[in-house]
Design a protein around this ligand. Structure first.
Ligand SMILES: [Zn+2]
Length: 492
């Protein structure tokens, strides 16, 4: 036997089973390894694809933000340049200062420090310049200007932006009864302090003798059924000079109404407000300004009206309407009842009640019943009853889409952007309102809404937008080209 044959024979003899087994194992291992490599490759490719998708989404959001500003407010930066500059010498033009302040809120930084960290990145700064076509000043430089800039300058800028929207008829399709712009009036707290922060602070002493100091603001916000809540006038509730009684919401309303009439003299306004507002002064103001109004009415308020309602209610068989619809797996039944022409100290008021029963289709025993009651100076008829009641209920949007979003969804309304200077705080407040307006127009557009599929949130999309500005390089030429095209923006 040759040594080769011997070797082969012995090999076969010595390790026949193990050899076969090992070969299979090797094959199996080979298969497993190649499968593992293929799986890892697929995972890598999927991850890269996902990252590319995220990146494209981020780029698209930056481009949509740029388009929103230029589409709705083509004169915005020129209007900033027309504001009265409070400085004698300056490195940055006022438009650059204001834009940086707006950007802090547009990007929802939540604090000056966080915005500072964002700006402290060379790549972010370059992208910022491409996006706004302006230099980026340091947030401390912005703060120094906010401490000096007269309060009315940013208020004027905000009003000019609202007027631009109105004259472009952007909001006309949301008018109530094809005529009225619905404007909600409500107050909210913006800051509170354990010590007296400034001379204008409001203050309250608890039963235990502890005094807190705070600032409240009265807002007039234009509301639309699709969720816009646009600040159109702001009045601070604050103590000025010597006073017997502190300033309050009702006193501030008189000033707010005067401001509204002066700024938008011919705007058909329908005011909506909570149960604090059905009082003589409010009705008088609306009558003098030719405004419509719908206010929440609590049983027992305006005693003469309430008595008349209680007496007439059983006799109003004709003034009724029932509506029924199925919405989001729920059956919604609404029963309307109304009484027109109730006299209240020379004012004709109309009362409407809506009893709503919401029954989940799958669990009918979990039905809930809610009652909504409103007063209005608009005469209620069979056709208009549901719309009038619905518009009265739109008021809650000032609390939700307005105050709640500004406090808890990244704008940090109650954060002390300036701890010591109240003028700066008021200027930051107006910048927040302007930035929120721009963001709302962006978010409610159909092109933005298409990103909100599945479990995607606005908060997450904002992270992508900031991510692109921080880590990528945006193309200024592409941005300026899309302004030239003037693409139509539709609302969802
Ligand atoms: Zn104060």
């Amino acid at each position: 036997m040759s040594w080769q044959k011997r070797l082969n024979a012995s090999s076969w003899r010595l390790f026949p089973k193990r050899s076969l087994h090992t070969e299979k194992a090797f094959k199996r291992n080979d298969n497993a390894t190649s499968k593992k490599i293929a799986r890892q490759k697929r995972q890598r490719q999927a991850k890269q694809q996902h990252q590319r998708r995220q990146f494209r989404q981020g780029v698209s959001l930056v481009s949509q933000l740029h388009r929103t500003i230029h589409h709705f407010f083509p004169q915005l930066f020129d209007q900033m340049r027309e504001l009265q500059d409070c400085r004698k010498k300056s490195t940055y033009e006022l438009a650059e200062i204001i834009t940086a302040c707006l950007a802090m809120f547009i990007f929802k930084s939540g604090s000056r420090n966080e915005f500072n960290n964002m700006c402290d990145d060379e790549n972010f700064e370059k992208n910022y310049q491409r996006l706004f076509n302006l230099n980026l000043p340091h947030p401390d430089t912005v703060d120094r200007v906010m401490r000096k800039l007269p309060e009315d300058q940013l208020t004027r800028l905000k009003q000019r932006m609202v007027k631009t929207l109105l004259s472009a008829k952007t909001l006309h399709k949301f008018r109530f009864l094809k005529k009225w712009f619905v404007i909600a009036v409500d107050a909210t707290g913006t800051a509170s302090y354990p010590h007296q922060h400034c001379e204008q602070c409001l203050h309250q002493t608890s039963t235990k003798g502890k005094t807190t100091y705070f600032h409240n603001v009265l807002e007039a916000k234009l509301l639309t059924p699709n969720g816009l809540a646009i600040s159109i006038a702001t009045e601070w509730i604050a103590n000025v000079g010597e006073y017997d009684k502190q300033d309050c919401e009702r006193k501030a309303f008189i000033r707010l109404a005067a401001q509204l009439k002066k700024t938008y003299p011919r705007l058909p306004i329908c005011l909506t407000a909570d149960a604090l507002y059905p009082y003589q002064g409010f009705l008088e103001t609306c009558k003098n300004n030719d405004w419509a109004w719908i206010v929440t009415f609590k049983d027992g308020n305006l005693s003469s009206v309430w008595e008349e309602v209680s007496q007439l209610r059983p006799l109003t068989q004709g003034n009724q309407r029932t509506c029924h619809r199925i919405e989001a797996s729920q059956s919604i039944e609404q029963d309307y009842l109304w009484i027109n022409h109730i006299d209240y100290q020379g004012h004709m008021v109309n009362w409407i009640e809506c009893t709503e029963i919401v029954t989940p289709l799958k669990t009918p025993d979990e039905a809930t019943q809610t009652r909504f009651v409103h007063l209005s100076n608009l005469e209620i008829a069979y056709a208009s009853a549901p719309t009038i009641s619905q518009t009265g209920r739109l008021r809650w949007k000032i609390e939700n889409e307005g105050f709640n979003t500004q406090k808890n969804q990244g704008y940090a309304l109650q954060h002390k952007y300036s701890r010591v200077n109240w003028l700066a705080s008021k200027n930051y407040y107006q910048c927040l309102q302007i930035a929120h307006l721009i963001n709302q127009l962006l978010i409610l557009s159909t092109s933005f809404q298409q990103h909100l599929t599945g479990k995607m949130t606005i908060k997450h999309l904002w992270k992508r937008l900031i991510g692109v500005l921080t880590y990528a390089e945006i193309d200024a030429q592409v941005l300026s080209q899309q302004v030239a095209i003037n693409i139509q923006i539709r609302f969802a």
